[in-house]
Design a protein around this ligand. Sequence first.
Ligand code: ATP
Ligand code: MG
Length: 426
Amino acid sequence: MAAAVTLTPSASEGAAPSDDVLIELKGVSKEYASGTNLVRAMRDVSMTIKRGEFVAIVGTSGSGKSTMMNILGCLDRPTRGTYTLAGIPSGERINDARALIRNRLIGFIFQGFNLLPRTTALENVELPLQYRGIGARTRRKRALAALESVALGDRVHHTPNQLSGGQQQRVAIARALVTDPPLLLADEPTGNLDTRTSLEVLALLQRLNRDRGITIVLVTHEQDIASCASRVITMRDGRIVTDIVQDKPLDAAAELAALPPPNDHVAAHADAEIDPVEAAKQRIGGKVPFSVYVMMFVGSLIGLAVAAMYNAFVLGQSIAWITWLGMALGEAWFASRRGRKKLGRPLTTDQKARVAIWYTVGVTVALGAILALLTVAGAGGFLYAAAAPLSHLTSRAPLAVGVFVAVLAALSLQRYLFLSLLSPRR
Ligand SMILES: Nc1ncnc2c1ncn2[C@@H]1O[C@H](COP(=O)(O)OP(=O)(O)OP(=O)(O)O)[C@@H](O)[C@H]1O
Ligand SMILES: [Mg+2]
């Protein structure tokens, strides 16, 4: 990428603080005690950043870039000197006050995205609003708007592992934006991304800077990224060694358009990985192995046998609900253990519901088939005699069907409850 930049000395150098100054460092030093040594991470740094600037901080490893960002972000305090943010002297405030300033005025973007895993994009973006005690409905509305603004309106229910690196960083940007802060701080935001994705993220940051006037301070190792900033500060040994305004920063969106088209195969593959239907399937747990149903049936026979023996030898009489309980416990115990063994984790809620419903339907169909066979063989008489008390239902077909469906539903529900109760936790 050829950087077409004009270099002029920084306009803010030596300028008196005015209303449009957002950041002001005066004689800031930061020292760390490391064993018997004293590490001077920042040495007497003074500078100002105006509202609406897009500043890149560059420098070799260990030159103090992250230390400076920590101070600008009110995550750390200077050892000496003063830091004023939006007219508020922030350096010497107590921790709570600095946390408040941080939450009100600053959005953070990190190299590693720092999203909560197993939490959807939407919930991740809502988090800073939750810290502010904003109500659920407003939270959701603002988080959705922030995700729309980073072009992720169609990915709000995806968790970080269902998103590409660039998409994860855009979620992180949405999270930083959702509180409408005047300042965005980004430490190596494109460090984990390839060229194309880096440019996409940068084009987004440039748009936020241009259209919404958000001040951006960004640390980078890459010259290409720094070329997109309106000002570049270079650090060495804890000092600012050059501070340059770039009159014509590179336009990341134009650079992106000039790149050769992405590899279609790779793009299609990446899209398949995050297909929402696939994502939903993963969440509900996939197909239930057939052997779970088999073991459920085996379990019901074992439960039945144990209950029958208990009735016969301990109680000396047959009590129907004990027989039933034995069968239900046997089913649920065997099915849930078999499920965990085959899947490597407990059945999901959705899987338990499906097992309960299909097992109930399966057993009913099997019993129906046996009845039909017995009738054909002329041996069904005793069953009809047993069912005689229900004969009044045959003249009222709709009622009979209703009762039948209700019984199936009740049985399914009972099986689901027992599966939930007896399912191993992990
Ligand atoms: N908590 C700490 N305790 C002791 N020394 C530290 C601490 N944090 C940073 N330093 C030291 O301060 C100096 C500046 O570190 P800093 O992290 O700011 O560098 P950097 O410019 O961000 O480097 P990199 O590009 O590798 O991220 C380094 O020499 C580092 O070892
Ligand atoms: Mg660093």
